[in-house]
Design a protein around this ligand. Structure first.
Ligand code: DGP
Length: 114
């Protein structure tokens, strides 16, 4: 855990955030500033700064995160579809430097994003 990382603190339970899913390796919780009726963040508990910093050792973890995304989409009733976004680095619009997967759904989403 990085003591100055917001998402490390959330994952540790420091803010009593409600988790939709929690496993040994990940947590999922609702975005504080939702951009869609369902807007959930799925994050690894371990501090990984961004997608650009993944290593071969993270292969299993990434699969676990994708399966959690699918499970949450089902729980949220996103039968008409959903979108998964991983903003990466300054040009990607990443504002929190702890890897996170946005799950967005519950409305028709536009493409391309801005
Ligand atoms: P990004 O811009 O891709 O780095 O997304 C960061 C997201 O994190 C953004 O949609 C807002 C969300 N967020 C920031 N701070 C908090 C917080 O304290 N709690 C929750 N639940 N979400 C947060």
């Amino acid at each position: 855990m990085h003591s100055d990382c917001l998402f490390c603190k959330i994952a540790s339970g420091a803010f009593s955030t409600e988790f939709l899913v929690e496993t040994e390796n990940l947590v999922a919780f609702r975005d504080i500033n939702p951009a869609a009726p369902t807007h959930v963040l799925v994050i690894p508990k371990r501090h990984i700064p961004s997608l650009a910093r993944l290593g071969p050792e993270d292969q299993h973890l990434m699969g676990e995160i994708m399966l959690a995304v699918k499970q949450i989409a089902e729980q949220e009733g996103l039968d008409e579809g959903f979108r998964v976004v991983v903003n990466t680095g300054p040009d990607g619009g990443q504002s929190v430097n702890h890897l996170h997967f946005h799950l967005l759904g519950g409305r028709s989403l536009q493409w391309p994003p801005g």
